[in-house]
Design a protein around this ligand. Structure first.
Ligand code: CA
Length: 234
């Protein structure tokens, strides 16, 4: 069955372009140009039996897309990717912390959008099946069941904190995880302002896992936002 996508975008040209492109890629697309339309389509799609992903613009004629994100997160776990022209780290961080799965700044390429959509949908699937916890990419192998990390076949010894940080990124591989999320999940909710912990431990992880720690290819920085473990190739 083709995945169903709700596209919320008031720019007519972009809405049509994305709608057409996603249809060609095999998605079933519901398009809406306003918050009111999106809410009606959401209720309808839920009744119809499912919605696999929401693409959400922020600046809409009848309000901010963020309201829809907040409402959605109270009711369901459908992945949401924000598509917006708004730059800057503040809105990005706020929306990711509010439960958006990813954030793409316009203009973006269709290839990038499709890749992020695949990750977001797989990620939600993974949350339902926590046993899928292996990562294998560019010589880095992580097995969360065996609690084992290998680099080019050799076992790498990590401290418990280094391991917890890596494991958190593996569980969201391909997606940016905000500083706040990482600090809360690895150190605890009272440590969300201690971003210097992250800089220190990411440095240690990169030194152990990257071929060239100065030019990381696996553990990427999303400046001002968080970190992303590169998506493993299919
Ligand atoms: Ca807009």
């Amino acid at each position: 069955m083709s995945p169903t996508v709700l596209l919320v975008e008031d720019d007519r040209e972009l809405r049509h372009t994305l709608s057409d492109a996603l249809t060609v890629e095999g998605y079933h697309v519901h398009a809406s140009a306003s918050l009111a339309d999106a809410r009606a389509l959401l209720a309808h799609a839920a009744a119809e039996g499912g919605l696999d992903l929401v693409l959400l613009d922020l600046g809409l004629p009848d309000g901010d897309g963020e309201h829809l994100l907040t409402q959605l997160r109270r009711e369901r776990t459908t992945p949401v990717i924000v598509i917006s022209a708004r730059h800057g780290d503040d809105p990005k961080v706020r929306l990711l912390d509010a439960g958006a799965d990813d954030y793409l700044v316009k203009p973006f390429s269709l290839a990038e959008l499709l890749a992020r959509m695949r990750v977001a949908m797989r990620h939600r699937g993974r949350q339902l099946r926590p046993s899928v916890v292996r990562y294998d990419h560019e010589g880095l192998e992580v097995d969360l069941e065996a609690r084992q990390v290998r680099r080019d076949g050799d076992v790498v010894h990590l401290t418990p904190t280094e391991y917890a940080l890596l494991a958190r990124l593996v569980r969201s591989a391909g997606q940016v995880v905000t500083h706040r999320q990482l600090l809360a999940d690895v150190w605890g909710p009272e440590f969300t302002e201690h971003t210097h912990y992250l800089r220190l431990y990411m440095g240690q992880l990169r030194a152990k896992l990257e071929t060239d720690p100065a030019e990381p290819r696996l553990l990427l920085t999303d400046p001002g936002v968080g970190y992303r473990l590169v998506e493993a190739a299919e």
